[in-house]
Design a protein around this ligand. Sequence first.
Ligand code: ZN
Length: 315
Amino acid sequence: MKHAYVLATLAALNALPAAIAWGVSGHHAVGLVAEQFLSKNAQAFVSDILGESYHSSLALASTWADSVRDQPEYKWSAELHYMNTKDSPRTNSCTVELERDCPGGRCIVAAMGNYTWHLLQAAQPRAQAEEALKFLIHFLGDVGQPLHTEALALGGYQLPVICEGQVTNLHWVWDEAILDSRIVRQFHGSVRHFASWLVRDMKHGAMSRTVASWYKTPWSLQSYKEQIISDSEAQAPFYNAVYDEDTYLEWTREANAHACTTVFDYRMREELCEGRYANMAFQVIIGQIAKQGYRLAQTLNDIVDAVEPELRPRF
Ligand SMILES: [Zn+2]
């Protein structure tokens, strides 16, 4: 693997745009893909919870978590958007370890477990269910971005790189720049066209052969339900998340593995938003958005199936 090189000064870093997650396009695409794989019951569940404020749309609700993370009352949520994985991608060692990388449960894996748990609670105020759903939608998107599962250089924020001739940082290139430039050039600037193209490939094209392998229900949502019913008076401590090494942690490992194969594989002064690197990165981005969209839908389908119809929230 080639090394990434620091190209610019700290002054240049300070002028960088404040990108904070998969950009809007990435999150919208995950939501739009997911909407095409939701069961009828899950569609009704989502509609009940999101209501008219988001036109029952996973895509429209998908960026709420980024919009509030800098507000004082939601500052606590900022570190839940990623996993500070302290591995060594430059020596080709990509590993994710919960104890090392998620101290105190303050990371995206714990957050996904936590908000799954919250959505399984039958009785809760609408606002609480809506917040849990919006966090879950967002974090299932973020976890697919390889630099949200990597601590090196603050997930790439501290690595100045070249994108369309300008100095920017590696994190932003992965969050937004490569995807947005492809959407402009190949999909008439429409995230909806991009997502439709992905869904067609997932249902009828090359990806259709592997889609079913992207998700399995390894944890027993039934046992969640029993736990909730038997302990219905208990308030879940925020970080009493249920970790599941077969699901959320596995997805984190999958995203993190791209740090060893693709993310840091560029040369000094290489243009990253066009040509070789952009082509390689876009293939990863396509796969990750498709997977996370499908996984979001199946997670919601499973959550809804685990709650008896009469116990599902109705608002
Ligand atoms: Zn985020």
